[in-house]
Design a protein around this ligand. Structure first.
Ligand code: SF4
Ligand code: SF4
Ligand code: FES
Length: 238
């Protein structure tokens, strides 16, 4: 029995050095039996059909976060998306709302600027103990669902508030990281972290539309974390 399998794709293409405007490239791709995930198909296209297609990828395990893209209208990771789950033609576009550098590669500058703006590291000015700073098991549990973020940007680039204000609104990925340190019993900077977010744009542009939580490939819930930061601010004001 033949294992030949053809899948139809439509892929956003744009090379600013040679294209006047973006266009959708239609392709019929002959898959091999080992091609299981969307990333396998994209590598197949690059290897066998058109090596000019530009995309980021690295781990192919859902860990590095680099192959995020818009897949049939929803953001996700190519390497963890099973080809069997996709309707044809499979329509691939770059992550929405960020400037396109080329094809499926976007400029992540705003995304990472916002991430860095929340100081995503432990702040504790007390002299370090001889061994590590300890936590109770309960305090450590508070970090579950927060530390696993792979910074793929699927959430922030599905958030309308981030599309319109990527320079002013931290966005769901950055805010999840902000809460990851606000929730850390070893961190001493709660007050200045909250001051930094207490702003009509940085935090309060979130209107709880929930797109972020809906698309996270790691099953995290940025909208819940944002709600908890808002709660901390309310409690502090009482
Ligand atoms: S819940 Fe907030 S962060 Fe998430 S998509 Fe909606 S507006 Fe954006
Ligand atoms: S919260 Fe989820 S979707 Fe957002 S950057 Fe982290 S892993 Fe990606
Ligand atoms: S290639 Fe690393 S997450 Fe997909």
């Amino acid at each position: 029995m033949s294992t030949r399998r053809i899948m139809k794709f439509e892929i956003y293409r744009y090379d600013p050095d040679k294209d006047e405007r973006p266009y959708m490239q239609k392709l019929e791709v002959e898959l091999q039996p080992t091609d299981k995930m969307l990333l396998d198909a994209l590598v197949r296209i690059k290897n066998d059909m058109d090596d000019s297609l530009a995309l980021r990828r690295s781990c192919r395990e859902g860990v590095c976060g680099s192959d995020a893209m818009n897949i049939n209208g929803k953001n996700g990771l190519a390497c963890t998306t099973n080809l069997n789950d996709l309707k044809e033609p499979v329509v691939l576009r770059p992550l929405p709302g960020l400037p396109v550098i080329r094809d499926l590669i976007v400029d992540m500058t705003h995304f990472f600027n916002q991430y860095h703006s929340v100081r995503p590291y432990l702040i504790n000015d007390a002299p370090p103990p001889e061994r590590e700073r300890l936590q109770t098991p309960e305090a450590r549990e508070e970090l579950n669902g927060l530390y696993e973020c792979i910074l793929c940007a699927c959430c922030s680039t599905s958030c309308p508030s981030f599309w319109w204000n990527p320079d002013k609104y931290v966005g769901p990925a950055g805010l999840l990281q902000a809460y990851r340190f606000l929730a850390d019993s070893r961190d001493d900077a709660t007050s200045s972290r909250l001051d930094n977010l207490n702003d009509p744009y940085r935090l309060f542009r979130c209107h709880t539309i929930m797109n972020c939580t809906d698309v996270c490939p790691k099953g995290l819930n940025p909208a819940l974390a944002i709600g908890k930061i808002k709660e901390m601010l309310v409690r502090r004001a009482i």
